[in-house]
Design a protein around this ligand. Structure first.
Ligand SMILES: *Cc1c(COP(=O)(O)O)cnc(C)c1O
Length: 422
């Protein structure tokens, strides 16, 4: 079926007489008649629910929808996008290991990698899209556990070169992980472009209404862990889980099983059933919303480009944009709703512009139905040093717009009036 149909239908199939709409199972626990039945579930957790820190039927249905949309074989929903990224890293990397990541990524992820993972003993080796393959290859050693990038980087707006990254990852037998938050599976499906694992902040377009913080990890199921010396944890017994061997118990879905049975079990940053219920509802209209977000994004980018007070516009859908060729190769149906631009007159005029806007509201958010705006250098990326800001591709006069699904004319008019009145 087409992605539009999957958005609406995938993940939940009622049986005769059951609710047509995915029910909210607001229960921590699940009843079993005999101790033998429960014991069996502890051996084979895929066969049923035990406790809602591990899994829950509402959350599981949402996970199945996202699995279908991304074309994976399993997913795990988490309490936030940050939790999803952390669990992804921990599932493959232990203290003493390292990961490779582009520095042009979401500020929160950058800090997680640069600061917090370091405290766990995991080193992040940052590269930029300009770093040549030969330099990246020098950073890959026996302890390198994954390569990480964002489909469209927030807010640097660079587009990931899937072909290049997947070739590098494959050559060295390293897991290739992609944060697909800004593109969504409606516009780009990383697993079909060589990625092994996809993460999302579901807080953004999947929810789409700015109602719930959440994240999800999708396992592509194609990566060969078995026999790969980097990933011995996957094919040797896990003593903390009565000797389970993940490649045996999980088969192709070894990654997502290990993520759930080690890290969700022990840390518990699970998506709450109510958030899964709402995010699932949001995802049912994702295909319709992404079309409008993309239409409005392109209109905003063109409007900005034509204005005298604008220094530069970053939008991969714009002809002439540095990332347009890559975006054209990988995107279908639009280029999403986020537009970044540099205003003439730097920080001072960026502040004036934001104050002049009426429809775009200043919030620390992107990718919901309502248009919003933010000045990254003084907010989301405030904790970064000048060098780190430059490496993340952020300048002082840079403004980030997230175009909602309102009428394009109103969005363009708000931008023009705010720029005119600086
Ligand atoms: C927001 C965001 C995150 C973090 O997700 P949370 O749900 O806020 O924890 C990660 N990656 C990208 C690209 C984001 O935009």
């Amino acid at each position: 079926m087409k992605i539009d149909t999957k958005c609406v239908q995938a993940g939940y199939e009622p049986k005769n007489g059951e609710p047509r709409v995915l029910p909210l199972y607001q229960s921590t626990t699940y009843y079993y008649e005999t101790p033998e039945q429960l014991a069996h579930l502890f051996d084979s957790p895929k066969c049923g629910h035990i406790y809602s820190r591990i899994s829950n039927p509402t959350v599981a249905a949402f996970e199945e929808k996202i699995t279908a949309l991304e074309g994976g074989i399993g997913a795990m929903a988490c309490s936030s996008g940050q939790a999803a990224t952390l669990f992804t890293v921990l599932t493959v990397a232990n203290a003493g290991d390292n990961i490779i990541s582009f520095s042009t990524i979401y500020g929160g992820t950058f800090n997680l990698f640069a600061v917090t993972l370091k405290k766990f003993g995991i080193e992040t080796r940052f590269v930029t899209p300009e770093t040549p393959d030969s330099e990246i290859e020098k950073l890959i050693d026996a302890k390198t556990k994954l390569i990480f990038g964002e489909t469209i980087a927030n807010p640097a707006m660079t587009v990931l070169d899937f072909e290049r990254c997947s070739a590098l990852a494959e050559k060295h037998g390293v897991l290739f992980v992609v944060d697909n938050t800004l593109a969504t599976p409606v516009l780009v499906r990383p697993l079909s472009l060589g990625a092994d694992v996809v993460v999302h902040s579901t807080t953004k377009y999947l929810d789409g209404h700015a109602a719930c913080v959440g994240g999800v990890i999708v396992d592509g199921g194609k990566f060969k862990f078995l026999g790969n010396p980097r990933y011995q944890d996957f094919y040797t017994p896990d003593e903390s889980y009565h000797g389970v061997v993940y490649t045996e118990e999980g088969g192709a879905a070894a990654f997502i099983l290990k993520a759930r049975m080690q890290y969700m079990r022990d840390i518990g940053a699970i998506m709450a059933p109510f958030n899964a219920y709402l995010t699932n509802l949001g995802t049912e209209t994702l295909h319709l919303r992404m079309a409008r977000h993309s239409e409005n994004g392109l209109l905003a980018a063109k409007t900005l480009k034509a204005h005298r007070n604008v220094e530069f516009v970053l939008y991969p859908g714009l002809e002439g944009d540095k990332n347009h060729a890559l975006a054209k190769k990988y995107f279908s149906g639009g280029y999403s709703g986020m537009v970044v631009f540099g205003i003439k007159g730097g920080r001072e005029n960026a502040v004036k512009f934001i104050k002049n806007l009426k429809l775009f509201k200043q919030v620390t958010h992107i990718a919901d139905a309502r248009s919003c705006v933010l000045h990254p250098a003084s907010t989301t990326h405030r904790q970064l040093s000048a060098e780190q800001l430059a490496a993340a591709g952020i300048t002082d006069g840079m403004v980030r717009l997230s175009c909602g699904i309102e009428a394009g004319e109103d969005i363009a008019a708000d931008i023009i009036s705010a720029l005119d009145n600086i």
